[in-house]
Design a protein around this ligand. Structure first.
Ligand code: ZN
Length: 266
């Protein structure tokens, strides 16, 4: 929009949607480590700022809220399974292993950050892109934010006098941003079939070089690989990709990424 760069907040909210992040994690500070010398910190964010962006995308039909059809609460080191007792449960639609919240319920949760906690109505609820958002570029998501306050959606010039914000001067490296595009694309392909449009330029269907492998976990990987876990119940029952480390590449623009498929650790 206007050639101005999107703010870190916008990039991060978009990443949290495509990564299907829990509501309770939305405002938290996240640090990405790229190598031993480069770490970039995003957030923490004000809930009211997150809310303005997310509700705009919701109003445009780009966001759904979903929950796994069984609930999990993580408390210190223990994992507790429990039944959802929130109102939205009775109106949610089951799809596979997920519950898709009714649109009104999603809107209500997104408009009320007091529900973004590990207890209460928002417990176990994650964001996800709606069917309508499939294939939409980041620029298109950004464009939907037109009219929101400048300080929220555009990168702000640094005035040099602010202390304690030095890490903000680090821009997200391009290769990192591109790497983030592959994960939701691969997950989409795993769920809906193998046809995977190049997530970088949408210019061709991605080709796979399948590497043979001996075991379900034995594989080498690099920090930039996309990792796809196969659940125990699915092993041998139509799992989408063979185990191992495979190269994905686009015959159109040459973009490539490695995909590691392994059994989900117990
Ligand atoms: Zn491509």
């Amino acid at each position: 929009m206007n050639g101005r760069a999107p703010s870190d907040l916008v990039r991060q909210m978009w990443a949290l949607v495509v990564e299907e992040t829990f509501l309770w994690d939305l405002t938290k500070q996240v640090t990405d480590y790229y190598d031993s010398e480069t770490a970039i910190t995003h957030g923490p964010w004000l809930a009211v700022d997150c809310q303005q962006i997310l509700t705009r995308w919701f109003d445009c039909g780009l966001i759904d809220c979903v929950a796994t059809s069984w609930a999990t609460r993580v408390r210190s080191d223990e994992i507790v399974h429990f039944e959802y007792n929130a109102d939205w449960r009775t109106r949610a639609t089951e799809r596979g292993q997920h519950l898709i919240l009714a649109r009104d319920d999603t809107g209500a949760l997104l408009r009320d950050p007091s529900t973004w906690h590990a207890d209460g109505d928002g417990a176990g609820v994650t964001l996800c892109p709606s069917d309508q958002a499939a294939g939409l570029s980041f620029d298109a998501w950004f464009g939907k934010l037109a009219g929101l306050p400048d300080h929220l959606i555009y990168e702000q010039p640094l005035d040099g006098t602010t202390s304690g914000k030095a890490q903000k001067t680090l821009a997200e490296p391009e290769h990192v941003r591109i790497a983030q595009l592959w994960t939701p694309a691969v997950e989409h392909a795993a769920t809906h079939g193998l046809s995977l449009l190049c997530p970088v330029n949408q210019d061709a269907h991605v080709a796979f070089d399948w590497d043979p492998t001996d075991g379900e976990t034995a594989t080498t990987e690099s920090i930039e690989d996309v990792v796809c876990f196969v659940d125990r119940s699915k092993v041998g029952h139509g799992q989408p990709f063979p185990f191992g480390r495979h190269r994905l590449w686009c015959p159109g623009c040459g973009a490539e990424q490695h995909l590691v498929v392994m059994r989900r650790p117990a």
